[in-house]
Design a protein around this ligand. Structure first.
Ligand code: C5P
Length: 205
């Protein structure tokens, strides 16, 4: 069983994907980490993530980099959204993701183009979304835990920028697959969103 989970930043797709993996006993790949790893590698090499040739040179990163805590930072998310717009970078990362998706027994993958490009034949597809304000508020509350000077307006502007870059790029843009179920988490608690996701997957499989 392959479950594809797509959606914008801070929509809750990672939380939903992890919970689905646990519930159905499947391995889970957060594909955003691959793009984050490329972005961080480019910047650490003093190169420019906006330049296709610099980004492509970083696509051969070691798997160990996926555990690097810096990958979770807002900065890494932003570098990821620059490198992910280059078609050659996406191409270089496709095989890794398809091999993971097609392993015996199945898998859960979350990202932006899982249901449209990586696993168009997935058994269940969810498009997880929430209003930009709700997503910014979640990030803001997260950041307040580690820093007193989190800035809600700046976080909202970053989220809107990232949405725009991800939705407007020519190659594999963020887009709901025609056969994906929509899960709007704006007014849902985490546990309500997870229950709803499980029900949607069960109805498809
Ligand atoms: O999901 P996450 O916020 O970690 O993704 C970081 C960035 O990586 C996204 O904003 C997007 O630009 C890119 N990405 C992508 N395709 C995916 C996963 C992530 O383009 N399948």
């Amino acid at each position: 069983m392959i479950i594809a989970v797509d959606g914008p930043a801070a929509s809750g797709k990672g939380t939903v994907a992890r919970a689905l993996a646990e519930h159905f006993g499947l391995p889970w790949l957060d594909t955003g980490l691959l793009y984050r790893a490329v972005g961080i590698s480019v910047v650490r090499a003093d190169r420019d993530p906006r330049k296709p040739e610099d980004a492509l040179a970083a696509c051969d990163f070691p798997e160990a980099l996926l555990d690097d805590p810096e990958l979770r930072s807002e900065a890494a998310g932003k570098y990821a959204s620059f490198v992910s717009a280059h078609p050659a970078v996406r191409e270089a990362l496709v095989d890794r993701q398809r091999v993971f998706a097609n392993q015996p027994g199945g898998a859960v993958l979350d990202g932006r183009d899982i249901g449209t490009v990586i696993a168009p034949d997935a058994d269940a597809k969810l498009f997880v979304t929430a209003s930009a304000e709700a997503r910014a508020d979640r990030r803001y509350k997260d950041e307040l835990r580690s820093s007193a000077d989190a800035d809600l307006a700046a976080i909202l502007a970053d989220i809107e920028d990232r949405d725009r870059r991800d939705s407007e790029r020519a190659n594999a843009p963020l887009k709901r697959a025609d056969d994906a179920d929509l899960l709007d988490t704006t007014n849902l608690t985490i546990s309500a969103a997870v229950q709803r996701a499980i029900a949607l997957v069960e109805a498809r499989t």
